[in-house]
Write a protein that binds this ligand. Sequence first.
Ligand code: MRU
Length: 361
Amino acid sequence: MNELPVRPCVQWSPDGVAVDLLDQTLLPERETWLRLETWEAVAEAIRSLRVRGAPAIGIAGAFGLALGAEEAFRAGAEGIEERFAVCRTALLATRPTGRNLGWALERLGRAFDEALPDGPAAAVAAVRREADGVAADETDMCQRIGEAGVPLLPDGGATVLTHCNAGALATAGLGTALAPIYLARDRGIPVRVAACETRPVLQGARLTAWELTRAGIDTTVITDSTAAALLAAGRVNLVITGADRIAANGDVANKIGTYGLAVLARHHGIPFYVAAPRSTFDPSLATGQAIEIESRDDMEVRSGLGRTTTPPEAGVWNPAFDVTPAHLVTALVTDGGVLRPPYEPAIRRLLTEAPRLREHP
Ligand code: MRU
């Protein structure tokens, strides 16, 4: 396992009774760690983007549900199942688009149900173990995505365009889209990154540029509307983004603006890759049209740089994600290797093959 570019942004507190979380809303100005002692506090942190990025949301949700299970246990054995279910439903509702959260909470739900015949204490302990398993698996999958993705970068070096933040801050490991970049750099391949700032909340400028520059990677932030000019100037070799949910046919939901970049990449004949672990795939949805797109508060768009930027009379439309049709995706870079079209059988194979995930005691 490679050294991580930043400390995992969601972890257990040293005393093991709370979740320590890096507040991403304050980056890059301040590096503030929060101590969250209840599942409700974790749910609030997810809703308000203190932790964000599909895999990191899944890990935070899992740790939150482990806290919820322990709280439900302290309230007494009677009714523990109901209290656990309420907590799980509430955490699942925090952010609807990313698949990893449901993937994680389903795992914890199964662990709880399977251990319950041995008593509530066993069920709660099983939930905590499974939460740790979710974090470990997401970390391992980032490493595998990185290994799969490095050969996609030209040996002589590359300039990669990325969008939003699909790096260490969005996962518990090397990231998804950024994992091949970190590994390539470690192997002596010169990599430069152009990061779209990613309006409205600037995950590219605030977070991607923060973690890449800390890791010593040459990074240039561009406004989202500069991407076309950069591609037209021939200054990008490939585009790599992450994903929040991928349908059975390979359609990809990711941060708003991703679809536009895919169209631009196709127009300019540049490969457009999407990097994601198996926990992001949702084979229950035939196409991306069925993916629920989170709509966020108008205020994210109405203001910027600390002031109002939009007259109150104007309406605002603020979807947090868009869907890129599979035919615009050159390849899906996964923990099970690089998937090429036709995606439907390739995704089916990825999800049915024995998941090469670590054994957790
Ligand atoms: O709203 P966010 O910041 O949670 O959106 C994050 C993204 O869209 C990422 O690209 C995606 O979750 C992949 S993270 C490995």
